[in-house]
Write a protein that binds this ligand. Structure first.
Ligand code: PMP
Length: 387
C-alpha cells in the first residue's frame, strides 16, 4: 500500500506542470523552517510575554557557576533530557551559549593549554561538519588550529576531536576515531533527538553539546547548551562567554525555556490519547515521510544514490526506528558529473558540496528541514532531472 502511494506521489511530481521551474531552491543551510507548522498548531501555548522591567540585570543566577544561566532554562533542559532519555544530566554543569556555535568556540578555548608550545590540533572524521575547520582557523589562534580528518591524523601529542553523532553531513552514528591518550573529545549531539535517530541510551560523555536549533527548530533564538563534567572546563567555557558576549540573552533563554517546557509536556503525553500532539512523534513521522519520498525519487533513476542506514531500537519511541537525518548526503553516480554542487546549481538547487566537508565533490549535503513547499519542489526537480 505504501509503495503504491509513493509511486502515485512520484508520478504526480514528474507529470506536474512547469510550475516553479524558475525558482531557486536553497537547501544549502540546515534552516529548520519545517517545524514552523507544528509550533503554529500549538498556538498561544508557547507565547512568552516579557515586561519592560524584567531580566534587565546582566546576572541570571549569581549562585550558579554559570552565572548567566537562567534557572528556568536549566530546569527545562534537565526535564527534557530525562523525558527523552538522550543524555545524563546528573553530575554535569550546564553552560548556556548563543547557539551551540558559541559553545564550540568556548570548548576550543577551554580545552587548549594556555602555555602550550604550539597550537592544539583540532580534528574530526571526514565528512565533518563544515564549520569546524573554519571556526578553528578564522582567528588564527595561538591556542588551537585545524588538523583535518581524524582518520589520517597521526601527529604525536594532545588533540581535540569533535565527535558528531549522528553526523552532519552524512547522518551516521559516530564514535571517536583517533582513540589515543592525550585526546579530548567534544561530543556534538545537535541531532541526537528521536526524529533523526534511534535513541538507544542516554549519552554520558565528558562534554556534550546540544542546540534548540535542531531539537525544536528554533534556530533564530540562538540558544545551545553544553553538559560538562569537569568544573574547571566549565569555568573556562564560562570565562570565554564572559569575554565574548558577557553572558547569553536572558530573553532568549526565557523563550527557549517556555518552548522546552511545552515540548516536554507533549512528550509526557506520548502514547496516550493526546500523543497526536507529541512533538517528537509528529516530527518523526514527518521526517519518515520525507525520507520515503526522497528515496523513491532517487531510486527512480541511476544518477544519484543515498547512504543506507541500519535501524535500531529507540527507547523513547519504544519501537525500532530508522535513522532519518536532517541532511541528505547525496552522491552523483553519473561519471560525467565531477562536481555535484555545480550540477545541481545548474538546476537551481543550492546545496553544499563535499569539499566543504573534507571529501569528494561528487557528494552534496541537502537540507531535509525546509518548508513543505520547497521540499516538494526539490523532489519535483530531482524527478525531472532523472527523467
Ligand atoms: N553543530 C552541528 C553539528 C550543527 O549542524 C550545527 C548547525 N548547523 C551547529 C553545531 C550549530 O548550531 P547552532 O549554533 O544554531 O546551535
Amino acid at each position: 500500500k505504501e509503495a503504491h502511494a509513493t509511486q502515485k506521489t512520484l508520478q504526480s511530481l514528474s507529470s506536474s506542470s512547469q510550475e516553479g521551474t524558475e525558482k531557486v531552491i536553497n537547501l544549502d543551510h540546515g534552516d529548520p523552517t519545517m517545524y514552523e507548522k507544528y509550533w503554529m498548531m500549538m498556538g498561544e501555548r508557547t507565547t512568552v510575554v516579557i515586561p519592560g522591567w524584567y531580566s534587565m540585570s546582566y546576572f541570571s543566577d549569581i549562585k550558579n557557576l554559570c552565572w548567566f544561566l537562567e534557572p528556568e532554562f536549566a530546569k527545562q533542559v534537565i526535564r527534557l533530557h530525562k523525558a527523552v532519555g538522550n543524555a545524563v544530566t546528573e553530575g554535569r554543569h550546564i553552560v548556556v551559549g548563543t547557539g551551540s556555535s558559541q559553545l564550540i568556540l568556548a570548548a576550543l578555548f577551554a580545552l587548549s593549554p594556555k602555555d602550550g608550545s604550539e597550537p592544539m590540533s583540532v580534528v574530526s572524521t571526514a565528512p565533518f561538519y563544515s564549520s569546524y575547520p573554519v571556526m578553528s582557523n578564522y582567528l588564527k589562534s595561538g591556542l588551537y588550529n585545524w588538523a583535518g580528518d581524524a582518520r589520517s591524523f597521526n601527529k604525536e601529542g594532545p588533540y581535540i576531536e569533535f565527535v558528531t553523532s549522528p553526523n552532519n553531513p552524512d547522518g551516521f552514528v559516530r564514535h571517536s576515531m583517533v582513540n589515543r591518550t592525550g585526546g579530548i573529545l567534544v561530543h556534538d549531539l545537535a541531532y541526537y533527538w528521536p526524529q533523526y535517530t534511534p535513541i538507544p541510551s542516554p549519552a554520558d560523555h565528558d562534554l556534550s553539546l546540544f542546540t534548540v536549533s535542531k531539537a525544536t527548530g528554533h534556530a533564530g533564538t540562538r540558544i545551545g547548551w553544553a553538559l560538562v563534567k569537569d568544573a574547571e572546563v566549565a569555568k573556562k567555557m564560562i570565562k570565554f562567554i564572559e569575554l565574548n558576549t558577557i553572558g547569553v540573552s536572558r530573553d532568549s533563554q526565557l523563550r527557549a525555556a517556555k518552548i522546552l517546557e511545552v515540548l516536554t509536556n507533549t512528550t509526557e503525553k506520548h502514547g496516550s490519547s493526546d500523543s497526536g500532539e507529541s512533538f517528537f512523534e509528529k516530527s518523526y513521522h514527518l521526517m519518515a515521510e520525507r525520507w520515503r519520498l526522497l528515496r523513491a525519487a532517487v531510486n527512480n533513476g541511476r544518477m544519484f544514490s543515498l547512504p543506507d542506514f541500519a535501524p535500531g531500537f529507540c527507547h523513547f519511541l519504544q519501537q525500532e526506528t530508522q535513522p532519518q537525518p536532517a541532511f541528505a548526503w547525496l552522491k552523483c553516480e553519473d561519471d560525467a558529473v565531477e562536481d555535484c554542487e555545480s550540477f545541481l546549481r545548474g538546476h537551481k538547487i543550492l546545496t553544499r558540496g563535499g569539499r566543504h566537508f573534507g571529501v569528494s565533490p561528487k557528494y552534496v549535503r541537502i537540507s531535509m528541514l525546509d518548508r513543505d513547499i520547497n521540499f516538494i519542489l526539490f523532489l519535483k526537480r530531482l524527478s525531472k532531472i532523472q527523467s
